[in-house]
Ligand binder design. Structure first.
Ligand SMILES: Nc1ncnc2c1ncn2[C@@H]1O[C@H](COP(=O)(O)OP(=O)(O)OP(=O)(O)O)[C@@H](O)[C@H]1O
Ligand SMILES: [Mg+2]
Length: 351
C-alpha cells in the first residue's frame, strides 16, 4: 500500500499518510490516534472494525460522514465511505455488494496485545483466529462459514418454538454439509501452520523448545450426524446448539505439554507471536503476496530478546508499527524506517 486518506475517522479530522514500502513507525502518547489508524487499515482489509460492531462509533463525534481511502503502489484503491449510517465499499471505484469481494485485496496480519492472550483466552478467540486467517486465503471457506452460521442462528432462534422433526432434518443436514467442509479446511490450515510455526518457534527459543498446534474438532465426519440428532431435545432445553464446528478449539503443546496449563506467560506470548509470523508465510504461499503487518503496541509486551527477534524478522515486509516511545532498539535496528509522530489525530513526518 502506498497511502491512505482519512476523513472524520475517529479522532482524525483529515489526514493523508504516505507509507514507506518497508517499516512505518507511528509513535506518540496514549489516546492520540495510533490504534485508530490501525483500525482504518483493518477496515480496508476486511470491511469491518477491529474494535466494534457498531459502525457509527468509527465516525468522528458530531459528524455524519466519514471516509477512508487506501491506494496501492500499482494504482488500485479501496475506499470505505460512511454516510447516513450506511457503509459503502469501493474497490477501484466500483462498489462491492458482498464483503467477500474485498478478501485478498489487502492481505494483513494484525498483532495487538489482546492477541497475546490467545493461548489462555476462551475457545471463541481461537476459533476467531482460525477463521480470520483462513478467510484471508480461502474465499470458499469464508462463504461456507457464513452459510453455516446463518443456519445455526436460524436453528437456535427456532429452538424455543418446538421445531418439527422435518425442520430439524433440514437444518441439521445443512449444518453437517457445510460443517464438514469447514472441518476439512481447518485441518489443512492447522497442518500448514504447524510446519511454519515449528520452525519459527524453534528459532526463537534457540531450538530449546518445540511447539505443536493441535486442532480439536468438536465433531468429526463420523459422528457429527449422530451427535447433532441425539442432542435435539437437549438443545431445545438449552436453547442453543450444543454440537458443531462452532465449538471447535485449538490446543498448543510446548515440548509435548499443554501451553495453556503449564506454559509461562512468556511462553504463551511467544506461541501467539509465532502463530502470527507463521501466518505471513501461509498468506504468501496461498496468494503470492506478502501481507502488510500491523503491529499495534506490541513491543512493550515482549522481552528484550523477543523484541529483537520480532524487529529483525519483520523488517523485510511492509509494516505499520505503533508504539509510545522511540526506544533505542527501534532507532538502531530500523534505520531505514519512516517515522510519524502522532498527536491529537494528526500525523507529523520525522522523528
Ligand atoms: N468517534 C470518535 N470521534 C472522535 N474521537 C474518537 C472517536 N472514537 C474514539 N475517539 C478518540 O480517539 C482517541 C483514541 O485513539 P487511539 O485508540 O487511536 O489512541 P492510541 O494513540 O492508540 O493510544 P494508546 O497509546 O493509548 O493505545 C481517544 O481519545 C478517543 O476518545
Ligand atoms: Mg492504541
Amino acid at each position: 500500500m502506498q497511502k491512505i486518506f482519512l476523513k472524520n475517522f475517529r479522532n482524525i479530522d483529515e489526514a493523508l499518510i504516505e507509507f514507506s514500502d518497508s517499516v512505518n513507525i507511528f509513535y506518540g502518547q496514549n489516546a492520540q490516534g495510533k490504534t485508530n489508524l490501525i483500525e482504518a487499515l483493518y477496515l480496508c482489509a476486511t470491511g469491518r472494525s477491529i474494535r466494534t460492531n457498531i459502525e457509527q462509533e468509527m465516525i468522528k463525534f458530531g459528524s455524519s460522514i466519514a471516509s477512508v481511502k487506501l491506494a496501492f503502489f500499482n494504482g488500485e484503491t479501496i475506499c470505505v465511505n460512511f454516510e447516513n449510517a450506511k457503509k459503502n465499499i469501493f474497490v477501484n471505484g466500483t462498489q462491492i455488494t458482498k464483503l467477500g469481494e474485498l478478501l485478498g485485496k489487502l492481505p494483513i496480519v494484525i498483532f495487538s496485545p489482546e492477541d497475546l492472550q490467545l493461548i489462555k483466552s476462551n475457545p471463541s478467540a481461537r476459533r476467531k483466529f482460525m477463521d480470520t486467517e483462513i478467510c484471508q486465503i480461502n474465499k470458499f471457506y469464508y462463504y461456507k462459514l457464513k452459510q453455516y452460521y446463518r443456519i445455526l442462528h436460524q436453528r437456535n432462534a427456532f429452538l424455543k418454538n418446538n421445531p418439527t422433526v422435518e425442520m430439524f432434518d433440514v437444518w441439521d443436514n445443512q449444518l453437517i454439509e457445510h460443517g464438514l467442509k469447514i472441518i476439512n479446511e481447518r485441518e489443512k490450515f492447522i497442518q500448514k501452520i504447524n510446519e511454519q510455526a515449528a520452525k519459527i518457534y524453534s528459532h526463537i527459543t534457540n531450538a530449546n523448545e518445540t511447539l505443536r498446534v493441535i486442532y480439536k474438532p468438536n465433531v468429526t465426519s463420523e459422528d457429527f450426524a449422530t451427535k447433532i440428532k441425539k442432542h435435539r431435545d437437549y438443545d431445545i432445553f438449552n436453547g442453543s446448539t450444543s454440537n458443531g464446528i462452532h465449538k471447535d478449539d485449538l490446543t498448543f503443546e510446548i515440548n509435548g505439554k499443554s501451553a495453556k496449563i503449564y506454559g509461562s506467560q512468556g511462553q504463551q506470548k511467544t506461541v501467539a507471536l509465532t502463530l502470527k509470523l507463521a501466518e505471513i508465510n501461509l498468506i504468501h504461499e496461498a496468494t503470492s503476496k506478502f501481507p502488510v503487518l500491523l503491529l499495534d503496541d506490541i513491543l512493550s509486551e515482549l522481552d528484550e530478546s523477543r523484541r529483537h527477534f520480532l524487529i529483525d524478522y519483520v523488517k523485510k515486509f511492509q509494516v505499520v508499527l505503533t508504539c509510545n516511545n522511540l526506544e533505542n532498539l527501534i532507532k538502531k535496528n530500523l534505520t531505514a524506517a519512516k517515522f510519524f509522530r502522532v498527536q491529537c489525530g494528526k500525523f507529523f513526518n520525522g522523528e
